[in-house]
Design a protein around this ligand. Structure first.
Ligand SMILES: NC(=O)c1ccc[n+]([C@@H]2O[C@H](COP(=O)([O-])OP(=O)(O)OC[C@H]3O[C@@H](n4cnc5c(N)ncnc54)[C@H](OP(=O)(O)O)[C@@H]3O)[C@@H](O)[C@H]2O)c1
Length: 345
């Protein structure tokens, strides 16, 4: 059983972990406790190629200072030699007597650290604050499992399902509360994606902004997909992060490349053609639909061909939440594995 001091140390380690960047490696934090339960050192991982959290913490201590200590770590100490040596070995060499960690390492290459420590006589405890640790790195875990980032497809539509007026103008269908919500969600993504059609029509900045227009601290990488050239003076080229341009319609390949760059969460902002393609290809994990109480009519449907030739192939969704934002509605939904439904007729 973990002690109250160890649980507190784990909560502190989770805070430390958040200081690290989201990317190819997970965010991990570590706290070294003396046998009496005093904090000897703290550490966190600062991204691929830099020391892991345990080693970062140990490096602050004089040789021998961690003998008999307890290492509290948010992820199982790794057991493999990448750009840095195995953390399990570093802990053994430091003479640590006990290791408390939150989550088992989900990667085959790095797992086994706990067994190695136990085999060497270290007292090892796992699962402490595991839910919080899992939540912190859930996108990274999903990326290890699927090889691609989590994809949210967002659009704003009129009550009659249009994404733009007949002449193509679409700013602004929704009100300020909905737009604020979009910007906050953009800031939580690692990349914002738009098609060349939207870049041509709207010249979006693809930045995450506060109410007054100032940039939020977190700025996802802007990504443009499509074979047409983006104009040299397009607003996206002035984004604080270097934009990525993918001259292809192969969305699986785009996501694989983004995943290989450590992008864990993608926010697709349309337009209708690209959003439909993500859905059609089965790559949309979450849909965010902002519905405004306005009618636009005309031909500019919010969503086009999603590969549904007949009602038997309808893409059934499970609604996760419905929320009112000012005058607008936000519906959050995801793919549902529902059995066939009977027709309404
Ligand atoms: N209401 C909203 O939420 C919202 C959001 C965004 C935009 N809009 C509106 O939508 C309109 C633009 O719509 P749009 O459909 O032309 O824009 P879009 O979806 O941004 O861009 C479509 C283009 O994306 C490229 N593309 C990349 N991958 C593709 C794939 N797998 N399949 C098909 N095409 C792919 C193609 O361009 P290439 O020919 O270059 O390959 C295609 O012509 C504008 O009126 C804009 O104001 C509304």
């Amino acid at each position: 059983m973990a002690s109250a001091v160890e649980i507190d140390a784990m909560r502190r380690a989770l805070q430390l972990a958040r200081r690290g960047p989201r990317g190819l490696n997970p965010q991990v934090g570590a706290v070294i406790l003396s046998p009496a339960g005093d904090v000897l050192a703290e550490g966190h991982h600062r991204g691929a190629g830099t020391p892991h959290a345990e080693v970062d913490a140990l490096s602050q201590l004089a040789p021998g200072a961690a003998r008999g200590a307890t290492a509290v770590v948010t992820l199982e100490p790794c057991n493999h030699t990448g750009r840095t040596g195995p953390c399990a070995v570093a802990l053994l060499e430091a003479g640590v007597a006990r290791v408390v960690f939150a989550l088992d390492d989900p990667t085959d290459a790095a797992a086994g650290g706990a067994d190695r420590l136990r085999a060497a006589g270290v007292d090892v405890e796992s699962g402490v604050e595991a839910d919080a640790a899992r939540l912190l790195i859930r996108d990274w875990i999903a990326l290890q499992r699927t090889g691609r980032p989590h994809v949210t497809v967002k659009w704003a539509q009129s009550l009659d399902g249009r994404a733009a007026a007949d002449d193509g103008t679409s700013q602004w269908i929704t009100g300020p509360d909905a737009r604020r919500d979009v910007h906050a969600r953009r800031a939580q993504a690692d990349a914002i994606v738009a098609g060349t059609g939207t870049v041509r029509a709207d010249d979006p900045a693809l930045t995450a902004r506060a109410d007054g227009g100032s940039l939020l601290d977190a700025q996802p990488i802007p990504v443009v997909i499509g074979r047409s050239e983006t104009a040299p003076d397009a607003a996206v080229r002035r984004h604080p992060r270097t934009p990525l341009f993918y001259d292809t319609h192969d969305l699986t390949a785009v996501l694989a490349d983004l995943g290989a760059r450590g992008v864990q969460r993608v926010f697709v902002e349309g337009g209708p053609t690209l959003a439909s393609a993500f859905i059609r290809d089965g790559l949309a994990d979450e849909l965010l639909v902002y519905v405004a109480p306005v009618l636009l009519g005309g031909s500019r449907l919010a969503i086009g061909d999603v590969g549904v030739p007949t009602i038997d192939h309808a893409r059934r969704l499970a609604v996760a939440s419905v929320q009112t934002l000012g005058d607008d509605l936000l519906i959050v939904a995801g793919p549902a594995n529902t059995p066939d439904r009977e027709g309404d007729a």
